[in-house]
Unconditional design. Structure first.
Ligand code: GLN
Length: 445
């Protein structure tokens, strides 16, 4: 196929699938790709971005009314790098409003539906990204992951997604949710495709103060699939209460495959798992309440009508511009940061984060990689999580710890439940162990 044919095929696939799964917020008709010739493995390959990643001249909404007509005048570093490598963006993908959620149902553009079963959620918050890849609309998509938003939708949609080590991918141009946890990464059909995309995305960027000066590139070339002698730890605290037996069985079967490829797999205790969800939601909401204070009707996007004074302009814009889940988190975050409660909640959560990180660092003195489920169940029915947000928060248990500890985590398909819904297994590596994580997934696949 020529580049032109690839783009036309993807656009016609998007036109056919959009009405059913609502994966896109904005579809762009890209310029005809430049002449054939390999600039990089990604040259001419149709892809798309989650709609919280700034794209010059293309509306970037965060699936929120408050940014409904916001068009950035610059590209995120990631978009700049991918474009330079020849990537062809077909538009912007649907998501939970401001990336807050686990089902992609809180979008002001309507819920995304899971291509495997349109009555179910695709996961979230990068649900549009996972659905678009699963439905064959784009070859890969760029998502963001603050507490699992790449890995969990990848699991629910039967595709591969990776959150790289914190700091390896520039966050410049990613509209912030919780800056100390946010990281962008690919959702694609395989670990090898993720590696090819990360080779372009990763690398130092002076415009992001948390960007690491670590070596970048060469991930794709490093894949061998050789797992001989690799020690893989299986935390029993991720296999117990609350885990669907079919998901457990599929993850244990994945462990057997890794063993057959030459790895050793051993169960061990990781008791900090009990604390990861409360610590995550306190820190994420605290940072969100601060990050989202910039949306005031003055500087970006949408502004309420009929206000008397400045204070009323702020209040009306925010009241009408943000959805219920975003407001809940701003309120929670403001509360845990308020004087009198700071020590009891926010400070304690930060101390807990340090304990969690130490526990993972300890595990990596014994193991090269960890294997866990991605989520306790397969894709839930649409609507279920909206009525029970606490249950939704608890379902993030296996993914949020990876963000709190700043580690690389990958979600790969490892089977189906009896309803025919995909199940995901998660591989976690030590900080900067991204290549080892990708290689294990490559060996498995
Ligand atoms: N589900 C988690 C949350 O709602 C994670 C979201 C994300 O990673 N952006 O915060």
């Amino acid at each position: 196929v020529t580049r032109q044919e690839a783009v036309e095929a993807a656009l016609s696939r998007i036109r056919a699938a959009q009405g059913a799964n609502n994966a896109f917020i904005t579809v762009t008709d890209p310029p005809v790709p430049a002449a054939e010739g390999a600039v990089s493995p990604l040259a001419g390959v149709p892809m798309a971005y989650k709609d919280n990643i700034c794209t010059k001249g293309v509306r970037t909404t965060c699936a929120s009314r408050i940014l409904g007509d916001f068009t950035p005048c610059y590209d995120a570093t990631v978009a700049e790098r991918l474009t330079a490598a020849g990537a062809v963006s077909l538009g912007k993908l649907n998501m939970d409003e401001f990336a807050m959620g686990s089902t992609s149902e809180t979008s002001c553009f309507g819920a995304v539906k899971n291509p495997w079963d349109l009555t179910r959620a695709p996961g979230g918050s990068s649900g549009g990204a996972a659905a678009a890849v699963a439905a064959g609309e784009v070859w890969y998509a760029i998502g963001s992951d603050t507490g699992g938003s790449i890995r969990q939708p990848a699991a629910y949609c039967g595709v591969t997604g990776m959150k790289p080590t914190y700091g390896t991918v520039s966050r410049y141009g990613l509209i912030a949710y919780a800056s100390s946890l946010d990281q962008m990464g690919p959702i694609a059909r395989s670990a090898a495709d993720c590696a090819a995309v990360l080779d372009i995305m990763m690398g130092k960027d002076v415009r992001d103060a948390t960007s690491l000066d670590a070596p970048a590139g060469g991930l794709l070339a490093s894949l061998t699939g050789d797992l001989r002698g690799k020690r893989i730890g299986l935390p029993v605290d991720c296999l117990g209460e609350g885990l669907d037996p079919e998901v457990r069985a599929a993850v244990l079967a994945a462990a057997e495959v890794l063993k057959a490829r030459g790895a050793t797999v051993e169960e061990f205790a990781l008791p900090v798992m009990e604390y990861v969800v409360p610590a995550y939601y306190i820190i994420a909401c605290a940072e969100a309440s601060s990050n989202l204070s910039r949306f005031d009707g003055v500087k970006y996007g949408w502004r309420a009508q009929d206000y008397g004074d400045l204070e009323e302009l702020y209040a009306k814009t925010r009241t009408q511009g943000f959805g219920t889940e975003v407001k809940r988190r701003i309120l929670l975050g403001t509360f845990v940061l308020s004087s009198g409660y700071y020590d009891a909640y926010y400070k304690k959560a930060l101390q807990t984060k340090a304990v969690i990180k130490a526990a993972f660092d300890g595990a990596f003195t014994k193991y090269d990689l960890l294997l866990t489920p991605v989520a306790p169940t397969t894709a839930p029915k649409l609507g279920e999580s909206l009525s029970d947000p606490l249950k939704m928060y608890l379902s993030d248990i296996y993914t949020v710890s990876v963000n709190l500890a700043g580690l690389p985590g990958l979600s790969m398909p490892c089977g189906f439940d009896q309803k025919g819904l995909p199940i995901g297994a998660q591989l976690i590596g030590p900080a900067l162990g991204d290549a080892a994580v990708l290689n294990a997934a490559y060996g498995y696949q």
